[in-house]
Write a protein that binds this ligand. Sequence first.
Ligand SMILES: [Mn+2]
Length: 281
Amino acid sequence: MGSGSNDLGAGLGPISLAPHFNDSLHLISENRSGRAHQALPGILEFNMKLASLTSLVKSKGKFPVVLGGDHSCAMGTWSGISDFHGKPLGLLWIDAHMDAHTFETSETGNIHGMPLATLMGYGDKELSQLMFEGPKVDPARTVLFGVRSFESSEAKLLEQLQVRVFFMGEILSRGFEVCWNEALAIVDSGKEAFGVSLDLDGLDPKLIPGVGTPVALGLSAQKVYEGLIHLLENPRLSALEIVEYNPLHDRDFVTGNYVLKLCDQVEKILGNRSHSKEFQI
Ligand SMILES: [Mn+2]
């Protein structure tokens, strides 16, 4: 998926990583329909396919990992997962941005700046009603983590919905671990399913340069890695999404390697485990 951003490079991310995977990888692509509003039909069609796919993978008792592509694929990923569980999800959204725009508030019209608003039921009707009507994630169990670049209009929406935002400044002053644990306590109710959407631009671009919209002074890639590995043991974690890998901006494949290392850990920890037996909602 590259049509949700300004830069087609994000669409090349999954294609460039594909040779590292075996036949458990499904590749779907949308990179042709233009930018901003023009991209809407292609993005809708893509996300309908992706939503059916994540829902199908769950129904087979497997753990879905979605590799973006720009962040507009989150609408498909989490609509499918939420459809499988039959209710809105908790969601940990790791990102430098808020991604909570609608066409009314966005200056660029780029749809990768809108998925979180859409998943909570705002913005374009067709996108927000993927799979079923109503919100796909529960604002009370949604957390943004690592934010440091945003517009006031999207901050206002999140404030109205009382979504907890951990800005980078708070994480730096209170410490990563304290904030990470607080974030998880909101996202994971102890009973219901939740997901993690990792936008690689949430991480510090000095170490993780292969993203479309880098913002300085981000999260420690190592700490996020360790936090996610630990989370994979949590049976309520329903799926993982890793987005905005842009191979054109990468340096010595460090960003690509980071993504592959995470995928290796998922395989190691969850590869042989059937989630449906252990955890059903
Ligand atoms: Mn994002």
